[in-house]
Ligand binder design. Structure first.
Ligand SMILES: Nc1ncnc2c1ncn2[C@@H]1O[C@H](COP(=O)(O)OP(=O)(O)OC[C@H]2O[C@@H]([n+]3cccc(C(=O)O)c3)[C@H](O)[C@@H]2O)[C@@H](O)[C@H]1O
Ligand SMILES: Nc1ncnc2c1ncn2[C@@H]1O[C@H](COP(=O)(O)OP(=O)(O)OP(=O)(O)O)[C@@H](O)[C@H]1O
Ligand SMILES: [Mg+2]
Length: 247
């Protein structure tokens, strides 16, 4: 673990040097992925790193865990509650669409959730611009492969330090980095709505996605599920299609 951590930290320092910025910022949710990334950026830039806690009707537990992470790491942090901003923005869009008989209630939950993720991204970039920092992403290998993130939301970042680590490996990093047990052992959740669980929404356990990524044998039905998610979300990992005027 020490070697892995040292290598990621050096890589983060190289990104800072190469891009000419002063430091690194990450959103801290109270979940394990952002806890690990916060620990890594604090090691890479001890005096120029920031964790941003952005509740949107988040549970007390999430906010308490996020606070425990930044306190444990001693990283600079700021809390910005985005609930009102998200609700105001969603309600404005909704009422205009409704007034024009264009509103689709079926997709309400997902649309609100993705708006939350994109407002967090906008907040991080506002802070990154203010500080001359890069925005650091928290996607792990399982989320990246299955596309389990919001395009231009939590997926809208400058660099991805743990994208080649499975969820199991992220847990090993977390233990090594001294992340609080409550965070290491809690159920992964995007926390985009009350009671959301990653594994329930995806319909598959991280352990199986990790096993698939390591080339191990998993049941055919699970393999199919993973491959379907991967295909459906290819657009999130590819560069933008553009119309070319060249013949
Ligand atoms: N083939 C295609 N080529 C180019 N673009 C395509 C496309 N298909 C859809 N799109 C575009 O992509 C959009 C759909 O993608 P997107 O907006 O990402 O939305 P979508 O993939 O539908 O939803 C995001 C998923 O990620 C989960 N999530 C989000 C945030 C954090 C976490 C977490 O683990 O913490 C998880 C969330 O719970 C949800 O299941 C469409 O609205 C459309 O604009
Ligand atoms: N309330 C929040 N405050 C700040 N950042 C957030 C918040 N919710 C989500 N994020 C950001 O979005 C990222 C994606 O969330 P995700 O749930 O995948 O990661 P996590 O919460 O760190 O870990 P886990 O997947 O185990 O819940 C987070 O890592 C974090 O950077
Ligand atoms: Mg989470």
């Amino acid at each position: 673990m020490k070697k892995e951590v040292d290598e990621i930290v050096s890589w983060l320092q190289l990104q800072v040097e190469k891009t000419g910025v002063k430091g690194l910022a990450v959103g801290v949710s109270g979940g394990i992925d952002s806890a690990v990334v916060a620990a890594l950026i604090k090691k890479a830039c001890p005096d120029n790193s920031i964790g941003v806690i952005m509740p949107i009707h988040s549970s007390d537990t999430s906010v308490r865990d996020a606070k425990a992470v930044v306190d444990k790491l001693g990283i600079d942090y700021v809390t910005i509650d985005l609930a009102k901003v998200r609700d105001n923005m969603y309600n404005s869009i909704q009422s205009e669409l409704q007034a024009n008989q264009m509103y689709n209630t079926n997709n309400e939950k997902l649309a609100k959730a993705n708006l939350s993720a994109r407002l967090r991204m906008s907040t991080l970039y506002t802070i990154a611009t203010n500080h001359n920092y890069l925005v650091v992403g928290t996607d792990n290998a399982a989320e990246w492969y299955t596309g389990y993130f919001t395009k231009y939301g939590d997926g809208g970042v400058d660099i991805l330090p743990i994208v080649e680590f499975t969820k199991g490996e992220v847990k090993e990093l977390a233990v090594y980095l001294g992340i609080p047990n409550a965070v290491v052992n809690k159920q992964p959740s995007a926390d985009l709505w009350e009671g959301q669980s990653d594994e329930e929404e995806m319909g598959i356990r991280y352990a199986l996605i990790d096993a698939y990524l390591k080339g191990e044998d998993i049941p055919q039905a699970d393999r199919k599920k993973i491959e379907t998610m991967h295909k459906r979300t290819a657009h999130k990992r590819e560069s933008l299609p553009f119309f070319s005027r060249k013949k």
